[in-house]
Write a protein that binds this ligand. Structure first.
Ligand code: UDP
Ligand code: MG
Length: 324
């Protein structure tokens, strides 16, 4: 969507902004980002046009109304998609990516935890002809967070990087500026079960990471509980690794092997030393242990089958109730 006006190249930067109950932050985000674009256009010979694409992820508050008002005030630069219900941030990102038309595409949270000022540096990096970066991502340093969350997050990255060929960097946020080429590659991934961080890494391309110090939310509260984060991590492992399935097979095989040794021992003992009713307690413990292992492995297999089930239904990832 490069437009040439009087020798100037006008490039569009689409900003995909998922919003869920973000009444206090939408306008604040818009005003702050507008200032950044003013600065960008003052310092750069090229002219950049923002193309805001807000995605209302089934908010229960006045988020949609604020989006409508912003679109009325700025019909050329502000657009929005509104879901029929809450589909989750991943679906909001998917909707944004498939509807964004810019030359560059950014994904950012509306709560200003992804500082819009970084866009200035990001644009410079992608525009630099000497380096052929297709993506600029962001790594957050020392976000003051609950130590339990910090520990769980560090453990998650260690585990997933051991289990999967796709490598994930800790503290990388979804916030990134991407070229059209990179987004087109992302759009080739049709899966229903989406884990963006893994997909971004899976697609490849030369990526530059910028470091910045984390900031608290501009207003409102985070909608993620520790339990939801745990579930999200579990989804990530199942989406990007088949190691749990292999582990289940391995544990199953090992237990079979040990049981055969046990059986041989029991038969030999019965033949040469006579039977015994002793050992009832240990027998029950073994049965209980093995039932546990079987159920655990079945659970792992079930998780993958569940994913296959969802994929084969070919349901849409989101339903758009209103768009402008
Ligand atoms: N979000 C969304 N759908 C959801 C939950 C969150 O679109 O179901 C949006 C939210 O409005 C925000 C971004 O995703 O723009 C990140 O959410 P949040 O700030 O709650 O997460 P955190 O920053 O704590 O990771
Ligand atoms: Mg946030």
């Amino acid at each position: 969507m490069c437009i040439i006006i009087g020798g100037f190249i006008l490039k569009t930067i689409s900003l995909i902004v998922p919003c869920y109950n973000e009444e206090p932050t939408v306008e604040l985000f818009f005003n702050t980002t507008e200032k950044v674009f003013k600065q960008l256009n003052e310092t750069h010979k090229d002219q950049y046009r923002p193309d805001y694409l807000f995605v209302n992820d089934g908010s229960a508050d006045k988020t949609l109304e604020i989006m409508r008002q912003l679109h009325e005030k700025h019909p050329d630069t502000v657009h929005y998609l509104s879901f029929s219900r809450n589909f989750g941030k991943e679906s909001a990102l998917a909707a944004g990516l498939s509807n964004a038309k810019g030359d560059y595409i950014a994904v950012m949270d509306v709560d200003l935890q992804d500082p819009p000022e970084l866009l200035l540096q990001m644009v410079d990096i992608l525009e630099d002809p000497k380096q052929d970066y297709e993506v600029v991502g962001c790594v957050q340093t020392s976000r003051k967070q609950n130590p339990i969350r910090g520990f769980l997050s560090a453990s998650f990255y260690k585990i997933i990087n051991k289990m999967s060929r796709v490598q994930l960097k800790q503290n990388v946020r979804d916030y990134r500026l991407m070229t059209r080429k990179y987004v087109d590659a992302l759009l080739e991934l049709p899966e229903y079960n989406r884990f963006s961080k893994g997909m971004f890494s899976w697609v490849g391309f030369k990526t530059k990471y910028l470091k910045y110090e984390g900031v608290p939310r501009a207003a409102g509260t985070s909608s993620w509980s520790i339990f939801q984060l745990f579930e999200y991590s579990l989804e990530a492992v199942v989406d990007f690794s088949d190691v749990p399935l292999k582990m289940a097979t391995l544990v199953g095989g090992l237990i079979c092997f040990l049981s055969i040794i046990g059986l041989v021992f029991v038969v030999i003992r019965a033949l040469f030393f006579g039977g015994s009713v002793n050992g009832w307690a240990s027998l029950v413990s073994i049965i209980l242990f093995l039932s546990g292992v079987q159920l655990f492995c079945l659970g792992i297999v079930g998780k993958y089958i569940g994913k296959i089930y969802l994929e084969t239904k070919h349901r849409p990832k989101f339903i758009i109730a209103e768009r402008k």
